[in-house]
Design a protein around this ligand. Structure first.
Ligand SMILES: Cc1ncc(COP(=O)(O)O)c(C=O)c1O
Length: 410
């Protein structure tokens, strides 16, 4: 275990001082622009997009920042995925390939439209979907693939396009973690037939809830607008419900907040990248901590999460969950990784009728068991706080055996 300052001090979980209490900025943030924009909408009396302007402005600005020709603001990221699948006419009998390591919504959206999510494993270094495994999982029923730009690093879209384009399989980017991310000179959201973003409370831009779909194809954009507006063309006043849809519209107050959040995206993105580099330098000598690799094609890692694989063998048997609790006790916003989808109750229940025998995804399972993520607000504080974070890990490491036995007896 690396020797660092105060590494002999008592960890907070054993009653010592929390090293980082109050050291990281709060998230989400609201500055004068959020207040001004919200007040403007409140005063206008136009609180829905049918009569207001904030949603339309936000759609255009967000799409432009990501180099996409069309944007449709929606209620949340889960609905964004669902709407994209519906607009692509994905339904019963179809298969959609998703990574086994992702938040449940990526696969749930597929189930909700009646199709089957087929699980592909991830790359063990980048944590993004493995193109080789997608190739293995493709069948004549594959209608779409949903790569997740995991933790904010973009998936290998060129590799997926080589597989998908000749077969007419659509790519839907799940960019819930990847606002402002870039790869090989292009932005997240600019290549897939549709790309889904989330503005949930933890995300890189937030209004508590909210979502965005970006499109490269005008017809798909129009189809999504219709479905997401109860099957009714925008601006219609004659109850012309042309097809069965739902209401996925974003409200004006949400867009007022997000217009202000978008102003900060570039500055905060740069800060996160610099601090992530600093943190990786500090953590590189820790045995038992293997940080997500940076793909050589990554231009901007958006760093929704700072993620690493934790090896309890290097921490005297202190389990991953106990390690996460120890970090939390120090005041660090640390979390255990998502479960692998094949091990979740909903997936087993919903998909067991036709669970494919090749849906084992061992690397996703490994990351689920060993993965730790730090919320991006860790990367928005002072550089000195990152040194203290490394000190806290060293301190926990020094007492790892003691914490493990104390927690077992607890
Ligand atoms: C990878 C991924 N996809 C989709 C979603 C769904 O977004 P929302 O929570 O806005 O519905 C999330 C949200 O956490 C996510 O992390």
């Amino acid at each position: 275990m690396k020797q660092r300052k105060n590494s002999m001090a008592l960890p907070a979980i054993l009653g010592g001082e929390p090293t980082l209490a109050g050291r990281f900025p709060a998230w989400p943030v609201a500055g004068p622009r959020e207040y001004k924009n919200v007040r403007t909408v409140l005063k206008s009396g136009q609180w829905w997009r049918g009569s207001g302007t904030a949603v339309g402005v936000f759609e255009k600005r967000f799409a432009k920042v990501h180099g996409a020709p069309y944007g449709l603001a929606v209620t949340n990221g889960t609905h964004a995925l669902e709407l994209a699948l519906r607009a692509l006419k994905v339904g019963p009998g179809d298969e959609v390939i998703v990574p086994a390591m992702t938040f449940a919504a990526t696969a749930m959206a597929v189930l909700i439209v009646g199709a089957k999510p087929v699980l592909a494993d991830i790359d063990g270094d980048t944590w993004c979907i493995s193109v080789e495994d997608v190739a293995r999982k493709m069948t004549g029923r594959t209608k779409a693939v949903i790569p997740v730009h995991f933790a904010g690093q973009m998936a290998d879209l060129e590799g997926l396009e080589r597989l998908c384009d000749p077969r007419g399989v659509a790519i839907i980017e799940d960019a819930a973690h990847a606002h402002g991310a870039r790869r090989n000179g292009y932005a997240a959201g600019s290549r897939g037939a549709a790309s889904a973003f989330s503005f949930q409370n933890f995300k890189l831009m937030s209004a508590g809830e909210g979502g965005m779909l970006l499109f490269t194809d005008g017809n798909l954009f129009e189809a999504s607008r219709l479905i997401g507006n109860c099957g009714r063309p925008f601006g219609d006043t004659s109850y012309a419900h042309l097809l069965p849809g739902s209401n996925f519209r974003m409200g004006e107050l949400t867009a007022a907040v997000l217009n202000a959040q978008l102003d900060r995206l570039g500055t905060l993105g740069k800060k996160r990248e610099i601090n992530a580099g600093n943190l990786s330098n500090l953590l590189k000598d820790f045995e038992g901590i293997k940080v997500q690799s940076r793909d050589k094609h990554t231009g901007r890692h958006a760093y929704y999460m700072y993620i690493f694989e934790y090896d309890e063998a290097c921490f005297e048997g202190l389990s991953r969950d106990q390690f996460v609790m120890s970090l939390q006790a120090e005041g660090i916003p640390a979390y255990r990784m998502y479960p692998a989808l094949q091990d979740t109750a909903f997936y087993k229940t919903a998909a067991q009728a036709d669970l494919r025998s090749d849906e084992d995804a061992p690397l996703s399972r490994r990351k689920a068991a060993r993965g730790v993520w730090l919320h991006h607000r860790v990367l928005l504080g002072k550089k000195q706080a990152l040194g203290q974070l490394a000190d806290a890990i060293a301190k926990i490491g020094k007492s790892a055996g003691k914490i493990a036995s104390m927690r077992q007896g607890a």
